[in-house]
Design a protein around this ligand. Structure first.
Ligand SMILES: Nc1ncnc2c1ncn2[C@@H]1O[C@H](COP(=O)(O)OP(=O)(O)OP(=O)(O)O)[C@@H](O)[C@H]1O
Ligand SMILES: [Mg+2]
Length: 460
């Protein structure tokens, strides 16, 4: 059912249209004048407007002009009493969907109405899909509340607006690919292809053909012409993942493409111009590669025009609860399991853990917990042992406290805490064989604070 506004000063015409369109299931509102129509449009929303052109107080063309300003996506069909080519053309120029000349056949009007409504539906669908796409890969999908992430979002938004080459660095699982997609989606190239290739996963010969393409017969196995990803990404974005794994020969070839913006398919003498925005990512330290001569310095500078660094999760623990809830929500959707909460002790364990596998590891942990959970809340027992281990090492302490009953006169809190501190230090020193740097790491403490405590408790 669509909402249609009929504007006509002639009552019989209003009635006729109201009945005819009502019969095919539309909800029709009528207005006897242009002024009345504008008021209705202001307060109500319509999917389509049908307006007479010649009316006493305000012409239909003015109504049209107003609608195209206020609600440009609403189609307007004009009706004229006589075929005045000029007004009709003017109406079309102003954005009317179509016009009909009185007298017209009802069928003609109805098909006109249906076409206009269908077109509007399709347009809305496109807008909706675009928004969804944006939501899927845009910044919206990259969550974070830590200042590091907020800064990163700003950086990505700024970079997206340019066509510069970006080198994304960061540990495994920190969201490098997600960032690359966000850059693409936020750029003017969003409606063009985004292609991604893992340079570390493809053997050298194949990589060249994947990137630049080949002609039929150019090597054994080249049974037909093949378009390379640089060509596929023309006007769009190409994401070169694990760039640090690229062989020296391929590095030279890639450098040439970056300099000349042209590629040559294997076996071809023709050069093809390509306009692909290049994003690259690595979890290696490329500068070290440059120093060790495993990565070309000139290529490094070509790629590192704008560096973006993805911070490891352990450096932004504030993001853990938000991400955990996000992954719980998506696992809940895919599994259909009715688990809506994460218990408080679980949050605690999650926030304390170091996440060597970063966000991906967190995602896996939540997915696994959802799969194992039988209650409606994620319980600590559903977490992998390594996460529980953090506190289990001192389960003894916890257990005695769980059953603790304080004496009437109370206990000395500070003395108790000091006692625990001293025991932790001693235990760490014992495990580290007396090496202070090692022991401080076991307690995730910087060396200076560690030494201070050693002195305080006279443990040197
Ligand atoms: N900020 C974030 N918000 C939501 N999801 C995230 C975020 N960061 C990463 N993820 C998710 O974590 C997973 C790993 O991210 P991604 O593949 O982008 O990491 P990566 O840095 O490319 O890892 P690798 O180096 O292993 O290829 C993906 O499923 C991604 O959707
Ligand atoms: Mg990746």
């Amino acid at each position: 059912m669509s909402r249609i506004l009929v504007v006509d000063d002639e009552e019989s015409m209003r009635q006729l249209l109201e009945i005819a369109l009502g019969k095919v299931g539309h909800r029709v509102t009528t207005a006897a004048s242009g002024n009345r129509a504008l008021k209705l449009i202001e307060t109500d929303s319509f999917d389509l407007v049908i307006s007479d052109i010649k009316m006493p107080d305000m012409s239909g063309v003015e109504v049209l002009r107003y609608i195209k300003q206020a609600e440009p996506s609403v189609p307007v069909i004009m009706i004229t009493a006589y075929a005045s080519a000029e007004t009709a053309v003017e109406a079309l120029r102003l954005g009317a969907y179509d016009y009909l000349t009185k007298p017209f056949k009802m069928d003609e009007l109805k098909s006109n109405v249906e076409n206009a409504l269908e077109k509007r539906r399709l347009k809305e669908e496109v807008v909706h899909l675009k928004r969804e796409l944006q939501h899927k890969h845009g910044l919206d999908n990259m969550l974070g509340v830590s200042s590091a992430m907020l800064e990163l979002f700003d950086q990505i938004t700024a970079v997206a607006a340019t066509s510069s080459t970006v080198l994304i660095t960061g540990e495994s699982g920190t969201g490098k690919e997600l960032a690359a997609r966000a850059i693409h989606v936020g750029s003017g190239r969003a409606s063009e292809p985004f292609v991604s290739i893992n340079c570390g996963a493809v053997p050298e010969m194949l990589l060249e053909s994947e990137l630049f393409g080949h002609l039929k017969g150019s090597f054994t196995g080249a049974i037909s012409n093949h378009k390379g990803l640089f060509e596929v990404a023309h006007k769009g974005t190409i994401f070169l993942d694990e760039i640090g794994e690229m062989s020296p020969t391929m590095q030279v070839k890639l450098l040439r493409v970056l300099q000349e913006k042209r590629i040559r398919r294997i076996g071809s003498t023709n050069e093809i111009e390509v306009d692909a925005r290049i994003l690259a990512a690595t979890n290696r330290d490329l500068e070290e590669g440059v120093r060790e001569k495993t990565f070309r310095e000139d290529l490094f500078y070509r790629l590192n025009v704008i560096p973006i660094h993805m911070p490891p999760l352990r450096d932004r623990r504030e993001d853990v609860p938000l991400l955990a809830e996000h992954f719980l929500e998506s696992s809940r959707k895919t599994t259909g399991k009715n688990i809506s909460k994460i218990s408080e002790p679980v949050f605690e364990l999650l926030t304390r853990y170091d996440w060597p596998g970063n966000v991906r590891e967190l995602q896996n942990v939540i997915e696994r917990a959802v799969a194992l959970e039988t209650t409606s809340m994620i319980q600590p027992e559903r977490l992998p042992e390594k996460l529980q281990g953090v506190s289990d090492a001192f389960a003894g302490e916890r257990d005695t406290l769980d059953q603790a009953s304080f004496p009437e006169e109370g206990i000395d809190f500070n003395a108790q805490v000091s006692n625990l501190e001293r025991r932790l230090l001693t235990a760490a020193m014992r495990q580290a064989g007396g090496v202070q740097t090692k022991a401080s790491k076991l307690l995730r403490m910087n060396l200076r604070s560690f030494r201070y405590l050693l002195q305080k408790y006279d443990l040197r």
